[in-house]
Design a protein around this ligand. Structure first.
Ligand SMILES: [Zn+2]
Length: 222
């Protein structure tokens, strides 16, 4: 029974994807054929968007941008590896940042976190991460945040209920810090050639908050 249900579900979802392609071709591609033909030759994105892999975070939807505008990197909890000049391993996020900045010359970088982030929550769920060794390793990049938040809770500066929000927001600031240690980004920021922003996306309210460096808090973008 269970398997039957699973098969039914799988075939339904496949159908949904297939129907989506047909809908895209009819409703989006055909009316904008010239746009896609021009776009096919080259891309010239103005912004590198680093967001969470979470299925609810859709960069082009929340910014209402067209194909060709955002160079997108998504990974669990929108993390940024520590800067290394060279590497002997396969660093997808690092390579995408390097390509967007040094090859595509983007003007903006957005590090976008979001509400109810499973990756951030997993920082406090060691048991659940036992069978997810790659996720556990990856989340080490947010360990400084976990440490700060746990100290705040221990000192009663924040409540347990505030833990998710504070972790998600501090994580954005932490990852911006990682990014600003990349030598070529540091230089471009200093020269005024790139703008690094930290966004917090509240999914249920449809609100985006921008990190204000001076005020040290997130301000709603309206
Ligand atoms: Zn997330």
């Amino acid at each position: 029974m269970e398997l039957h249900d699973k098969e039914r579900k799988d075939s339904l979802y496949y159908k949904r994807l297939y129907e989506g392609i047909k809908k895209f071709q009819t409703n989006e591609f055909i009316p904008r054929q010239q746009f896609f033909e021009d776009l096919g030759h080259k891309q010239n994105p103005h912004t590198l968007f680093i967001g969470c892999s979470d299925s609810r975070v859709v960069p082009s939807l929340i910014t209402q941008t067209f194909p060709g505008e955002l160079f997108v990197v998504r990974n669990i909890a929108n993390l940024i590896p520590f800067y290394k000049k060279h590497s002997d391993t396969y660093l997808a996020t690092t390579a995408a940042i390097e390509y967007a900045v040094n090859q595509m010359n983007v003007s903006n970088i957005i590090v976008c976190g979001h509400s109810n982030c499973g990756g951030c929550a997993a920082l406090y769920q060691d048991k659940e991460l036992k069978n997810l060794p790659h996720t556990r390793k990856w989340m080490e990049l947010a360990h400084p945040v976990k440490k700060i938040v746990e100290e705040k809770i221990a000192k009663n500066k924040i409540t347990l209920e505030q833990r998710s929000l504070i972790t998600e927001q501090l994580n954005i600031v932490e990852q911006m810090g990682h990014l600003l240690k990349y030598s070529y980004i540091k230089k471009r920021v200093k020269d005024g050639n790139i703008n690094v922003m930290g966004w917090y996306y509240n999914i249920e309210k449809g609100e985006i908050y921008n990190y204000d460096e001076k005020l040290k808090r997130f301000i709603r973008l309206e």
